[in-house]
Every structure is written in C-alpha cells, then in structure tokens.
Design a protein around this ligand. Structure first.
Ligand code: MN
Ligand code: MN
Ligand code: ZN
Length: 284
C-alpha cells in the first residue's frame, strides 16, 4: 500500500494530528513537535504521548515523521547558535522517541558566521556526532534549494556530512524534497532529468537510505534557488512530471509527505486525491 499524507498541525494536543490526517485522507504524516520558530521544546505529557501512539495504531498511519524547528543550524561558526541547535535537536529527537516516531527530518544548515562551505560541512558532521539518535528513529537530512549559504543542495554534500561524522546509514538517511531539488537545479520535470536525478541519488546515497519524500510543486521556476511550495501540478513542476515521479519503480515504497499550501478552498485533501489519481496499478 502506498503511503501518502501531509504535514499537519498538533494544535490542541499531538493526537489531534492523527484526526486531522484522517480527515484529509492521509495514511502517513509529519508534525512539528515544537513551535518551528521558537527555541523552546515542550514535550507532550506521557498521557498525550500514549494517546498519540494508540490513535496512530488504530488509524494505521505509518510511518510518521517529525520535522525539526526551522531555527536550528549546525553549519554555523556561531557557538551560541550551534549549541542551541544541538540542544533543540536532541530535545525534539527525545519527543520523537516518546511518540514512537520513525523519522526525524532536519535541514543540514548554512555556513554562516564566517565559515567557508567546507568548514560548515565539517561542523554539521561534528554536530551529528553529539546527537543521541533513538534506536527506533532515523535522522534524515533534507536536500535544500542551495539558496545563499545553505548546505545540502547536492547528494554529494549530504553524503559528505554523513561520511564526515562517526554515524552511518544505520541511524541516518535522507529526505528528498521535490520542490527543493527542482529549484536547486535537478531537472526532475523532464523524463531524462528525473532518471538522472534518481540515478545520482542511488549512486551517491543509495535508494535504500531514502527515508521520506516531501512531495511539493514549486511556485518558482527551475534552478531558481527559491523555496516556496505549490499545490501538486499547479506549479512549475507540473502534472506530467508528478505522474512520472509517482510511478517510478524505484520510489514506490517511499512514504510521500505533502508540504503544500493550505487555503480555504484547496486543502491537503485536494492534493492527496490528486496524488492518488496519478498513481497507476496500486491499491491506493
Ligand atoms: Mn523541510
Ligand atoms: Mn521539505
Ligand atoms: Zn521547502
């Protein structure tokens, strides 16, 4: 069975994410466990956590993903930000563990504060060394558009971070965001470009280390290095490209998480139905 869901809110308690996902027709999902733009992580109570686990089992939503807060940056020369990031990531990882969540996605960071790119890459690897990744959770590095000093646009950079750390693919992996790849210069909108991108991913990272796909169309053109998500098929990637992407035999077992916009008339249920209609030969 294909796994398709969306990033949903935990407002009112983390179990509400399960009901929201159910409402939009998803069978996998992603949440923030803290406010994405504030450093503070407030863990759920043990009652809330066990209710989340129970509801998730009941509605068969799996696997599940925690997305880290946006403030974290392990690639910076600034010690204050680096250590705050480490602390926040560890606290969020601990919440993922409490909730029994399989994947934890974060953006590798940006080489700021006077660091060169190589120094930034090294610092991220050092950061990874400090983190205790719960046994049943995988830490996934998300590819980025490469805007500014951002690290992680290419598979080579993601691989360098992992290889430079003392961890390996038993606790680490990657998350592939279609909007970020497209705006970062990977031509996934053409048949050939998709093939070469997936080949590269397999060669450099290994398809078996791809944990989650973030399925987003893009409000900005190819190679623009911008990052604004659009409803599936309504952006520059387009319907035909998503049909090819969704039916690529190498990707059929990877959970799909939508991070598409939500408006009054077009919410995640629209995108989920559209994605399902694009998938051939399956029991979605
Ligand atoms: Mn992300
Ligand atoms: Mn994403
Ligand atoms: Zn994005």
């Amino acid at each position: 069975m294909r796994r398709i869901g969306a990033h949903v809110s935990i407002a009112g308690g983390v179990s509400n994410a399960i009901y929201r996902q159910q409402d939009i027709g998803g069978n996998t999902g992603q949440i923030f466990v803290s406010s994405p733009r504030i450093w503070k992580v407030s863990p759920p109570s043990s009652e809330e956590a066990s209710s989340f686990r129970m509801q998730r089992k009941k509605f068969d939503q799996a696997p599940y993903v925690v997305h880290s807060m946006y403030l974290v940056n392990l690639g910076t020369k600034n010690d204050d930000i680096f250590y705050k990031s480490l602390k926040a990531l560890q606290e969020e990882l601990n919440v993922a563990h409490m909730l029994g969540i399989e994947y934890f996605v974060f953006h590798p960071g940006a080489h700021t504060g006077g660091f060169e790119r190589e120094e930034g890459l090294k610092r991220i690897s050092q950061g990874l060394n400090e983190l205790l990744v719960p046994k049943d959770t995988k830490l996934l590095l998300e590819n980025t558009t490469g805007k500014g000093t951002t690290i992680g646009r290419t598979f080579e950079e993601l691989a360098a971070i992992i290889e430079g750390s003392d961890k390996d693919f038993s606790s680490l992996g990657i998350c592939f965001d279609t909007c970020h790849a497209f705006c970062g210069g990977f031509p996934i909108h053409t048949e050939k470009g998709l093939e070469s991108t997936i080949d590269k991913l397999d060669e450099v990272i290994g398809i078996e280390n791809l944990g989650v796909i973030h399925l987003n169309d893009s409000k900005h053109p190819f190679d623009s290095r911008k990052d604004e998500h659009e409803h599936i098929g309504m952006g520059y990637i387009g319907d035909e490209a998503f049909k090819r992407f969704l039916n690529d035999p190498l990707l059929t077992n990877i959970p799909l998480i939508l991070e598409t916009p939500v408006s009054q008339d077009l919410d995640h249920s629209w995108d989920i139905s559209k994605v399902k209609s694009f998938i051939r030969n399956s029991d979605v």
